[in-house]
Design a binder for this molecule. Structure first.
Ligand code: SF4
Ligand code: SF4
Length: 93
């Protein structure tokens, strides 16, 4: 029987060819008015973090699932795929 894997371990099998331009942009002024901040809990790659009261975003580890765009109540996320060939390359184990 296969041993269950943690999400972090599964994600660490992947490789990224990170674009120099962020494929996701976040309007931080809208984040300041956001009470629940669901992106902090629901981004599987933990691209959203909290520093004091401020939401910080880093696109480099993004797995391109689109969750943040769907759950954001304030339409703060401008989301595109990375340019062709860039971004995550999945290596499922
Ligand atoms: S859910 Fe949207 S508005 Fe709220 S903190 Fe996250 S990105 Fe900002
Ligand atoms: S697309 Fe998915 S992995 Fe990328 S930042 Fe949004 S929730 Fe996180």
């Amino acid at each position: 029987m296969m041993k269950p894997m943690r999400v972090d371990d599964i994600l660490n099998n992947n490789v990224w060819d990170v674009d120099y331009e962020p494929h996701i942009r976040v309007d931080s002024s809208k984040c300041r008015e956001c009470d629940e901040k669901p992106c902090l809990l629901l981004c599987p790659a933990q691209c959203y973090t909290l520093a004091g009261e401020e939401v910080l975003f880093s696109y480099e580890g993004c797995v391109e699932c689109g969750t943040c765009r769907l759950v954001c109540p304030n339409d703060a996320v401008t989301w595109n795929y990375p340019v062709s060939g860039r971004g995550i390359h999945f290596r499922f184990s």
